[in-house]
Write a protein that binds this ligand. Structure first.
Ligand SMILES: Cc1cc2nc3c(=O)[nH]c(=O)nc-3n(C[C@H](O)[C@H](O)[C@H](O)COP(=O)(O)O)c2cc1C
Length: 363
């Protein structure tokens, strides 16, 4: 955002510029973004009709829906089966092979989506791959990058049910996978993880060392539900709530000063206030899905307006100026982000009147 004649412009992020609207630009994965709000992977970002609306509303970037390891493996085995069948029938396999495009529909569709998004958008387009095992499927990261993706997001969504695997085994596998993807691409790589690691700070640094340029915190884990009539176990998608942003906020604040790469917050970003808190804690960008699925792409404009007003009222001139100013390293008492927070939280509870308290349920 350029300064107008009646403003005092400065290169120094710490000196407020008088009279100008706050600069909402940020840097993520080495990319310059016009705004810190990124539309995270969902059917919304997979719909070309939504792209211009997201960009016009002020999205800094979009993440396209994931190409899943299972999708690629399925296509590959279908192709292998077709090839084997053709070889059985004739040594001249190629003349019998079915239309290969048909067998590659999933991955090919994702590659085409990246190309199309690049044609239509001026904001960065991030392609996503989603899987947990090292192997041939990671080549698709290169196909997506070759199609024009500005960066690749690798989603490590996992449910580890094998009791023979230790936490160290699982983390080693993830690191190997990150190294494999890193070796496939030259564009920046972000890794999206869940929150349930015993030593998250250690693992986060290991991901960086393995080649991640940024971390996306956190995957929202979906639990199945039981239908009490049929006893079927069913997937049950519920959109997030704003309260869920406190988990990424906590870890943004802790990791900000340990990680040299980028940090993106995802889960529970429902309004400008959620976004602002996450930036103050240390995120470079905040990602949102549920709020956009509920209110549409234009909701980004409302979030940004709220954020600009908040910043203007407090003389913040830019997102870069405030980013991380309430991180664990930057608060007077870092214990608020440690176990002391737990102790204080429990002891802040006051019993409600019906349990003999004075009023309210908590201070
Ligand atoms: C319908 C739906 C589809 C999603 N698809 C993907 C996906 O393909 N890849 C991915 O990494 N995350 C996917 N997500 C997760 C979101 O990107 C986001 O991380 C999550 O919803 C938490 O953010 P929120 O609280 O703003 O919804 C999906 C979420 C929803 C609701």
């Amino acid at each position: 955002m350029s300064a107008t004649d009646d403003t005092i412009d400065t290169e120094d992020d710490n000196i407020p510029r008088v009279g100008s609207a706050p600069d909402m630009s940020t840097r993520y994965l080495g990319l310059e973004l016009c705004s810190p709000i990124v539309a995270s992977a969902s059917p919304l970002t997979g719909n070309p009709l939504m792209w211009a609306r997201l960009q016009d509303a002020g999205a800094g970037a979009i993440v396209l829906p994931s190409l899943f390891e299972e999708q690629i493996e399925r296509e590959t085995s279908a192709l292998d089966a077709a090839f084997d069948l053709a070889m059985d029938i004739s040594g001249e396999a190629s003349s019998f092979l079915p239309d290969l495009d048909g067998f590659d529909a999933g991955p090919a569709r994702h590659v085409a989506l990246v190309e199309k998004a690049r044609e239509q958008l001026s904001i960065p387009v991030i392609a996503s791959i989603n899987g947990v095992t090292p192997g041939g499927w990671v080549h698709y990261a290169r196909h997506l990058a070759d199609a024009g993706a500005h960066a690749i997001e690798l989603n490590l969504y996992d449910v580890v049910v094998d009791p023979r695997l230790s936490a160290a085994d699982v983390e080693r596998r993830y690191i190997e996978l990150v190294e494999e993807v890193r070796a496939e691409i030259t564009v920046p790589l972000a890794v999206k993880i869940g929150p349930w690691f015993t030593a998250l700070a250690h693992f986060a640094i290991a991901l960086e060392d393995a080649g991640a340029n940024g971390l996306v915190l956190f995957n929202r884990l979906y639990q199945p539900d039981i239908d009490l009539d049929t006893l079927d176990v069913r997937p049950r998608l519920q959109l997030s709530t704003s309260a869920e942003s406190r988990l990424p906020l906590h870890w943004m604040a802790i990791l900000r000063d340990m990680i040299s790469g980028s940090l993106a917050a995802t889960t529970g970003v429902h309004d400008g206030a959620d976004a602002m808190k996450l930036l103050l804690a240390g995120s470079d960008v905040v990602m949102t899905t549920s709020a956009l699925l509920m209110y549409g792409p234009e909701y980004i404009t409302a979030m940004l307006t709220w954020m600009r007003d908040w910043m203007t009222a407090r003389d913040y001139s830019s997102v870069r100026q405030l980013r991380g100013s309430v991180s664990r390293h930057n608060v007077p008492d870092p214990d608020v982000y440690d176990r002391a927070n737990y102790y204080q939280t429990l002891h802040s509870w006051l019993p409600p009147q019906h349990l003999g308290g004075v009023s309210g349920t908590s201070r």
